[in-house]
Write a protein that binds this ligand. Structure first.
Ligand code: IMP
Length: 182
């Protein structure tokens, strides 16, 4: 890879690999939801917006898009994993088929919180989709549609950021540890 930003150690998932996998995930979802009237794709801001945009455009079944945003209290190993809702859905989801779309599952606290929050609203069904999941000891949250299992490092690009940087790179890359402290 030429012109890799000096903050980045290496590309983990290329733009071509992402494109192929997103198309594959869309086919899996189309197969599973072939008989439903529509699906609600719930993107978790900010990180999922690029993945969701590509996934939604691939999806050949009726669907609508909505968003939620959360903020987490701390990201350290000792943090409680407490998550706070900062933006809610615009529409009710009762009797709807919902797919939660995440950029990355790290500890799993975000997905766990949102899954249970939405489950209380009586959707017809709820499943989870994540572009990436870190290979680490995390909450055991099932990811029904998973793009890529990645190493337990900080990654940026394709929606993922570090302090709002590198979010719009077309690939997913590992951030150098020394770039965390800049
Ligand atoms: P979890 O609640 O620990 O699973 O973390 C999920 C959220 O943390 C994601 O939606 C991201 O916003 C953020 N996050 C976790 N790991 C990374 C990473 O490597 N790069 C960018 N964001 C990350």
């Amino acid at each position: 890879m030429t012109n890799l930003h000096p903050d980045l150690a290496r590309v983990i998932i290329s733009a071509e690999e992402i494109e192929a996998r997103v198309a594959g995930l869309a086919v899996e979802i189309e197969t599973d939801y072939a008989d439903v009237e529509r699906v609600i794709l719930v993107g978790i801001l900010k990180g999922a917006f690029i993945f969701l945009a590509d996934l939604a455009r691939e999806l050949q079944i009726p669907h609508i898009v909505d968003f939620m945003a959360v903020s987490s209290y701390g990201k350290t190993a000792t943090s409680t994993g407490a998550v706070r809702l900062v933006l809610d859905l615009r529409e009710p989801i009762e009797n709807e088929h919902v797919i939660l779309v995440e950029d990355i599952v790290d500890t799993g606290h975000t997905l766990n919180y949102l899954y249970h929050t939405l489950q209380m609203r009586n959707p017809a069904s709820i499943r989870t989709c994540a572009l990436t999941r870190k290979d680490r000891d995390a909450l055991n949250i099932p990811v029904d549609y998973l793009g890529f299992e990645i190493p337990d490092v900080w990654v940026v690009g394709y929606g993922l950021d570090y302090a709002d940087k590198h979010r719009t790179l077309p690939y997913v890359a590992e951030l150098k540890p020394e770039a965390y402290t800049k």
